[in-house]
Write a protein that binds this ligand. Structure first.
Ligand SMILES: *[C@@H]1O[C@H](CO)[C@@H](O)[C@H](O)[C@H]1NC(C)=O
Ligand SMILES: *[C@@H]1O[C@H](CO)[C@@H](O)[C@H](O)[C@H]1NC(C)=O
Ligand SMILES: *[C@@H]1O[C@H](CO)[C@@H](O)[C@H](O)[C@H]1NC(C)=O
Ligand SMILES: *[C@@H]1O[C@H](CO)[C@@H](O)[C@H](O)[C@H]1NC(C)=O
Length: 565
């Protein structure tokens, strides 16, 4: 470790240092608080980010009660409450092929006196239809727990959009657990349902107990699903219901709840779209529900190990390649940058997820900080450049530090504007605790990349819908200051952020050329819905590392996903 730092630090300083007048990355703290803790975050329109928390005492009010849903307006940095019926505590979600956002699963308990019975979130299925109002006025979350619900009870599940535009939903627990997954739901189901709604048992989820909550899952360009849970990996074929076992993450490193690291599918590029997955952080340890969590401490150092693999049978033979982030992190999150880099942000240097058990008998992690099982928030993000040589892919030398700790229950997303919205954090049981070190965090920031402060390329017009495997020419404006040596056109799913995982996040580069007069851009869309699952996307044009604002597009037909027999 020490040797690596000594060798590469000077190189990084020479290569990447901005001059005194060059713009830098910076955090920008917003005046308006989020009103609800942004435990979950998903971009639902060019101006709106949907925030979800649990039913508790969040200050934002709606219909005479605390809200646990809200719409953050990116153009005004203000918030609007959203009424939610069921408890979205530790839920998941994704966008469907017709643009509707589906939130699913959640807390078995309902604390909402308006909905004491049907407010439990376990089978929750909440639909946010595409919202045309830039401010979100009049847009609502649809819920009818008696007609619209999951097949299985799922707290801490994961969900992603797959090749036919529907959602695959995996794992979870069916009762409140304090730490490990002691009452697992080791199945997959789909929305809309497949197999007449009969869930599919997963041997992989069974093998990855007791630390397999929020399994990290990725739609591969051949339509199969790569999954990482605990220290194991696997490719699942939805069409044949078979699993191919992959190699373990090296060195005993675990990356899923309650030992959260994070994972991301690196950008896919034509013509081969070779899928590579990077996992970072978590802990090198062996989970043991018998002696733990009592033998763990909020002060246990996380790992800085990152591991990268090509998610194919061929890649499985080569195995994981190990490298190191600038610092250890539990509960980090990785988000794709439109130029193909990865932002590593949030999390803590020590400790674990979950909320400390403060009632007797104390079955939780030792040395809780308030109710936090983690400590030593990491305040400085890092950038990972996938194409740089092994050992010099990470850099945080020029990154700013936030003043806001973002540990358990924090979130982040790339915005359509091209910066990152960062919010949330609340390892405490009750949002009204005010003296805790990691209090309910309502402060909202953006992390603004250097390109936000210079003249940027503009995508002047894009069809609202794009068909797969077509070539299109669109008008663009490219600042004269850019030499246009490097042109990148990114088709991105901005993903759904919850519990140190950005599910469905995807960047597919499209072959693109600018015309001689630099006024138009000709590009080719991905070949099919396996490379980019049909559904909403944002397109960003990056010229010489200066990125345009994103333009929303519907990739594919925009039709609802099929209801299979
Ligand atoms: C949160 O704390 C406040 C003040 O102590 C209390 O009135 C409220 O009932 C608590 N809420 C929950 C959900 O525990
Ligand atoms: C909210 O509470 C006020 C005062 O208690 C009451 O007058 C009003 O009708 C309530 N509104 C709703 C929507 O329940
Ligand atoms: C993965 O974890 C299991 C036990 O949980 C352990 O036996 C195995 O050695 C680990 N794999 C690696 C590569 O560390
Ligand atoms: C999208 O499809 C889902 C599932 O069929 C449906 O519930 C939702 O209403 C549809 N949204 C739109 C905008 O048609």
């Amino acid at each position: 470790m020490l040797v690596r730092v000594l060798i590469f630090l000077p190189l990084v300083l020479v290569a990447g240092a901005p001059g005194p007048t060059e713009p830098r990355w910076r955090f920008d703290l917003k005046e308006t608080p989020s009103g609800v803790v942004a435990m979950q975050m998903v971009v639902v329109s060019p101006t709106l980010v949907l925030l979800l928390d649990r039913q508790q005492d969040d200050p934002l009010q709606i219909n005479n009660h605390s809200a646990w849903g809200a719409l953050w307006d990116l153009s005004t940095s203000t918030v609007r409450p959203l009424d939610v019926i069921t408890n979205t505590f530790c839920a998941s979600g994704a966008l469907l092929s017709n643009g509707s956002m589906v939130s699913l699963g959640g807390d078995p308990n309902s604390f909402d006196t308006n909905h004491p019975i049907n407010g439990a979130g376990l089978m929750g299925l909440r639909i946010f239809e595409p919202c045309a109002s830039p401010s979100g006025r009049g847009c609502t979350l649809f819920e009818n727990p008696s007609t619209h619900h999951l097949v299985e009870s799922r707290w801490y599940p994961s969900s992603i959009r797959i090749f036919d535009g529907s959602l695959m939903i995996a794992g979870g627990t069916s009762v409140p657990t304090w730490f490990y997954n002691t009452d697992p739901v080791n199945t997959f189901e789909f929305f809309p349902p497949k197999d007449k709604g009969v869930p599919r048992f997963s041997p992989f989820l069974q093998r990855t107990l007791p630390a397999n909550l929020f399994p990290r899952m990725f739609a591969l360009p051949d339509g199969r699903i790569f999954m990482v849970a605990n220290n194991q990996s696997m490719i699942y074929d939805i069409e044949t219901d078979t699993e191919v076992i992959g190699p373990d993450i090296p060195n005993n490193v675990r990356v899923t709840n309650p030992i959260d690291g994070t994972a991301i599918l690196l950008p896919l590029s034509p013509p081969d779209y070779i899928p590579e997955v990077l996992v970072c952080g978590g802990h090198a340890m062996t989970p043991d529900p018998v002696s733990q969590p009592a033998s763990l401490s909020s002060q246990d150092e996380a790992t800085s190990q990152c591991s990268r693999i090509i998610a194919t049978e061929e890649g499985f033979k080569r195995g994981w390649q190990v490298e190191f982030a600038p610092e250890p992190r539990a509960m980090p999150e990785m988000v794709l940058v439109p130029n193909g880099d990865v932002l590593l942000i949030n999390g803590a240097r020590t400790g674990f997820t979950a909320i400390a058990v403060t009632v007797e008998p104390k079955q939780g992690v030792r040395d809780p900080v308030g109710n936090s099982n983690s400590d030593h928030a990491v305040l400085t993000p890092a950038i990972y450049s996938p194409d740089a040589p092994l050992g010099s892919r990470f850099c945080n030398e020029h990154m700013p530090s936030s003043i806001v700790p973002r540990v358990y229950h924090s979130s982040v997303t790339l915005t359509p504007q091209g910066n990152f919205l960062v919010a949330g954090s609340n390892p405490n049981l009750n949002g009204t605790v005010t003296d805790a070190k990691f209090n309910a965090e309502l402060r909202v920031e953006t992390l603004d990349p250097p390109y936000m402060f210079v003249e940027r390329p503009i995508i002047q017009r894009l069809p609202r819908k794009l068909a797969f495997d077509t070539t299109n020419t669109i008008p663009v404006s490219i600042p004269a200051s850019l030499k246009a040596r490097k042109i990148q056109l990114a088709l991105m799913d901005l993903g759904f952020s919850t519990h140190a995982f950005h599910s469905s996040a995807r960047l597919v580069f499209m072959d693109a050329k600018i015309s001689k007069d630099r006024r138009s851009l000709t590009f080719t869309t991905p070949p099919n819905g396996r490379v980019y699952p049909p559904g909403p996307a944002f397109v960003y044009l990056t010229i010489d590392d200066v990125t345009s604002e994103g333009v929303q597009v519907m990739m594919g037909s925009g039709r609802a996903p099929p209801i299979a027999e």
